[in-house]
Write a protein that binds this ligand. Sequence first.
Ligand SMILES: Cc1cc2nc3c(=O)[nH]c(=O)nc-3n(C[C@H](O)[C@H](O)[C@H](O)COP(=O)(O)OP(=O)(O)OC[C@H]3O[C@@H](n4cnc5c(N)ncnc54)[C@H](O)[C@@H]3O)c2cc1C
Length: 466
Amino acid sequence: MVRIVGGGLAGSEAAWQIASRGVPVSLHEMRPVRSTAAHRTDRLAELVCSNSFRGASLENAVGLLKEEMRRLGSLVMRVGDETRVPAGSALAVDRERFAKGVTEALEAEPLITIRREEVRRIPEASNREPVIVATGPLTSPDLAAELTALVGREQLYFFDAISPIVHADSIDRSKVFRASRRGRKERAAEPRVGRTCGAASEEEGDYLNCPLTAAEYERFHAALTTAELAELHDFDRTPFFEGCLPIEVMAHRGVDTLRFGPMKPVGLTDPATGRQPYAVVQLRQDDLAADHFSLVGFQTQLRWPEQRRVLRMIPGLEQAEFVRLGTIHRNTYVNAPSVLAPTWQTRNRPGLFIAGQVSGVEGYVESAASGLVAGLNAAALAAGEEPRVPPRTTALGALAHYVSHADPSHYQPTNIAFGLIPTVADAPRGRQARRRAAAQRALADLAAWCDAEPVAAVGARADART
Ligand SMILES: Cc1cc2nc3c(=O)[nH]c(=O)nc-3n(C[C@H](O)[C@H](O)[C@H](O)COP(=O)(O)OP(=O)(O)OC[C@H]3O[C@@H](n4cnc5c(N)ncnc54)[C@H](O)[C@@H]3O)c2cc1C
């Protein structure tokens, strides 16, 4: 038997995959006995916010991930497709019918027992009786404390801090300069996907630097301390982690706090003046193509129109177009590369899996995808087989690789992106053509992977039931 804690996107998909392999499942979901600050119903796989599963096309990494899941008999994808509502090029679902469909399918499966109870302790796990923890970004406090004890205080986070990201071609290059801090080891910029937190690491190199004079800095500081904050939800009212404070909170602490934090100019010389600037905002390349740059350490809870107004006061960003704006929100997740293997097993206890958002992925589809692979592997373990991961050239394999191999000192949860999938050798020119080639290779490699092992039978069996 496999025990699953949490009946969200990940736990529901895992339960389906395990039962599809003929292994009994005990699925523990605390709602409605105890709810979270975001869930509203007692249904399994409730979508807490948007009803979108994002891009549907194969030229979109999340579209590829969804297609791979379909080919492995995903329940989330089957019900998602059945409850689709018009949303242009995205897959959006009727949230009520979606959660109802997933709940009914799991309730009707004889190998799945659903228990409505809060699990306060991580159950004993063994290879014959694995456990999957899939309690999501709003994991209940007792279980979060258990996770802290399991992985260590340093490896469990309670917040997601997103710095704003700007389009590269909207940066005024005549005002910024490219440099690393003097005296620090230079290395090629490592493109990251999405998130930043805290000030720039001393080891990183190759930034675009926006220099500020004393007068510019003072105006910027004054604007920050008077700008309007976004309205907070209950789940976002937890106190901030000191290493990840919003810039406006730092600004309120004193006029120089930012200059000694994310805006410190130490070790940087502006070639235009030959001197160290009074303060600096550093921009770090955020995608492989260098189309996007994130503002390092600039997590913020300002209202979005206020962010645009205040951040455009930074020299070089007067015309900035934002790919995304900053936020900080409640999100419990482990430092995945320190804790997890690509199979979604914990490194120290192979019978214990962590899946879904709490495993350090981001988004409905990615959470369900991690539940899918964790479910397949928990079922394999219970049946005495070896856990396996789809090839790295697939979206499923690339996500598993990122989670288990990213740099732990900078780990941030991620959405799937083509930047995580190795490029195709001799790929055609043009971004869309390159993506199509990567998607074709992924689906071919997934088919070969399925043919090689019993996983193919899982998809087939689940498909036969639909
Ligand atoms: C406010 C908010 C808004 C979001 N908006 C979006 C969005 O628009 N789009 C998007 O893609 N992603 C969004 N996310 C992220 C989203 O939560 C995840 O993408 C997805 O729901 C994670 O799936 P999951 O299965 O890991 O967790 P969940 O879907 O949250 O499922 C976890 C389940 O575990 C249960 N649980 C928790 N603790 C216990 C316990 N101790 N015992 C038993 N059961 C327990 C919970 O009740 C819940 O049902 C949002 C997250 C939050 C918090």
